[in-house]
Design a protein around this ligand. Structure first.
Ligand SMILES: NC(=O)c1ccc[n+]([C@@H]2O[C@H](COP(=O)([O-])OP(=O)(O)OC[C@H]3O[C@@H](n4cnc5c(N)ncnc54)[C@H](O)[C@@H]3O)[C@@H](O)[C@H]2O)c1
Length: 371
C-alpha cells in the first residue's frame, strides 16, 4: 500500500508538471508517438507534432482522433527547413524525437531512406533546436539495437560500444552518436545556463509491444492481423527465439521522467539511458503467441521456417537498467502476464468493438501510472 501511494503521488506530480507545457513530438502519428501524445494531452499539455501521415490502416493516431487535438505538421524530417519552420512556429519547451524508419527488414530493402530519415532527420531536429533556441529539455529516442551486439549473455550498459550490423541498427547507432555530439559540442552541461538553456538525453529501449501497433514485420501486429483480419493461423518463424518484450508504456514513462528532470535543470540526466524489462519478462516467440491466443480467446499457431532466414538476425540483446533504476527512479511496472494482458486486451476490445477505444486506452494509461 505504501509503495502504491508514493508512486501515485509521484505520477500526480508528473501530471501537474506537464499541464500547459508546450511539447513537440516527432513521430506523433506512429505507434509509440500516438501513445505519448495521448498521455500528454490527457495531462493537459499543449502538444504539437511533426510526422508523415499515418502509413497503416487502421492506425492508433486516427483511432485516438489525435489530429484535431495536437497541432500536426505533416512534414518530412529529411527537410531541414521543414523541421526548423515547425520548431520556430511552435516554440516548444520540451521535444521528444521519435520519428524514424524503425523496421529492420525495411532497412534492408531501402537502406538510403533509413539512413536519410534516421541519421539526417535526427541531425535536423538537433540543429533546429540549436538554431531556434527556447527548448529546455529534449529526449532523443534511439533503440537497444545501437549497441555493438557481441552475441553474449551479458546485458549492455550505457557506456558500452555502439555498432550496427543491419542498416536500421547502424542508422540508429549513428543517430545516437550524433545526438551525443550535440550534447558535447552545443548542449554541454558545463555551459548550461551560460551559453545555452537546453539539456538533452538519449533513450534506448527495444522490442516494444502494446495495443494499436499495425506496423509491418512486427510479431504482435502480425498476430492480430492473422487472427482478426485474415482468419488464419499465426505463422511463426523462430519459435524459440527469446526477446525482452516490454509494454509501450514502460519506456514512455522513462522518457517522461527524463523530460521532466531535464526541464527542472537536473544536469546529471543529460546523456544516455536504457529502458528494458527485467529478465523474468523475457519470453520466446512461441510463449508470446500462446499468450495472445489465451487473451484474445481465439486463433491457432502454425510454425514455419522463415523464407528470409538467410538475412542476418541478431541474437538476444538485453539492457542493463541499473542506471535508470538508481539515478532516475524508473523501473518496469508490468509483470510478464500483465504486459500480455494489456497488449492483447487492447486489440480484443478494438476488434470486438466492446468499449470506445479512446476510453479503453485512457483506462490502460491510468491503470499503468497508478501501479
Ligand atoms: N516499436 C519498437 O519496438 C521500437 C523499439 C526500439 C526503438 N523504437 C524507436 O521508437 C521510435 C518510434 O517507433 P514506432 O514503433 O512508434 O514506429 P512507427 O513506425 O509506428 O512510427 C514512426 C513515426 O515516424 C514518422 N516518420 C517516419 N519517417 C519520417 C519522415 N521522413 N519525416 C517525418 N516523420 C517520419 C512516422 O510518420 C511515424 O509517426 C522510433 O525512433 C523507433 O526507432 C521503436
Amino acid at each position: 500500500m505504501e509503495r502504491k501511494r508514493s508512486l501515485r503521488e509521484y505520477i500526480l506530480n508528473m501530471e501537474t508538471f506537464f499541464k500547459d507545457k508546450k511539447i513537440l513530438i516527432t513521430g506523433h502519428t506512429g505507434f509509440k508517438g500516438s501513445w505519448l501524445t495521448q498521455i500528454l494531452l490527457n495531462w493537459g499539455a499543449k502538444v504539437s507534432g511533426v510526422s508523415l501521415l499515418p502509413e497503416t490502416a487502421p492506425n492508433l493516431f486516427d483511432i485516438l482522433k489525435i489530429k484535431g487535438r495536437a497541432n500536426s505538421y505533416f512534414y518530412d524530417i529529411r527537410s531541414y527547413y521543414a523541421v526548423v519552420e515547425a520548431i520556430k512556429a511552435e516554440k516548444p519547451e520540451i521535444v521528444f524525437h521519435l520519428a524514424a524508419q524503425p523496421i529492420v527488414r525495411v532497412s534492408y530493402d531501402d537502406p538510403l531512406k533509413t539512413f536519410s530519415t534516421n541519421v539526417m532527420g535526427t541531425s535536423h531536429i538537433l540543429q533546429a533546436m540549436k538554431e531556434a533556441g527556447g527548448v529546455k529539455s529534449a529526449v532523443i529516442i534511439t533503440t537497444d539495437k545501437v549497441y555493438e551486439n557481441k552475441e553474449w549473455i551479458y546485458p549492455y550498459r550505457e557506456n558500452d560500444a555502439l555498432g550496427g550490423y543491419d542498416p536500421y541498427s547502424a542508422s540508429k547507432a549513428a543517430a545516437d552518436i550524433i545526438a551525443n555530439s550535440y550534447v558535447q559540442s552545443f548542449f554541454n552541461v558545463a555551459d548550461f545556463q551560460k551559453k545555452h538553456d537546453t539539456l538533452v538525453a538519449i533513450a534506448r529501449a527495444g522490442n516494444v509491444i502494446g495495443g494499436g501497433d499495425w506496423a509491418p514485420y512486427r510479431l504482435v501486429p502480425d498476430i492480430v492481423r492473422s487472427i482478426y483480419e485474415k482468419d488464419e493461423s499465426v505463422e511463426i518463424r523462430s519459435p524459440h527465439a527469446i526477446r525482452p518484450w516490454e509494454h509501450v508504456l514502460e519506456p514512455l514513462s522513462g522518457y517522461l521522467m527524463l523530460a521532466q528532470g531535464l526541464f527542472e535543470g537536473k544536469k546529471e540526466l543529460s546523456g544516455a539511458w536504457n529502458f528494458g524489462p527485467d529478465s523474468e519478462s523475457f519470453m520466446t516467440v512461441k510463449e508470446l503467441v500462446a499468450g495472445a491466443i489465451k487473451f484474445l480467446e481465439k486463433g491457432s499457431v502454425d510454425i514455419r521456417l522463415d523464407p528470409d532466414s538467410q538475412k542476418h538476425e541478431a541474437g538476444l540483446l538485453t539492457l542493463d537498467t541499473s542506471k535508470s533504476k538508481t539515478y532516475l527512479g524508473w523501473k518496469p511496472r508490468l509483470k510478464f502476464h500483465e504486459n500480455l494482458e494489456f497488449t492483447f486486451s487492447w486489440y480484443k476490445n478494438y476488434y470486438e468493438k466492446a468499449t470506445n477505444p479512446i476510453e479503453f486506452t485512457n483506462r490502460q494509461i491510468e491503470e499503468f501510472f497508478i501501479k
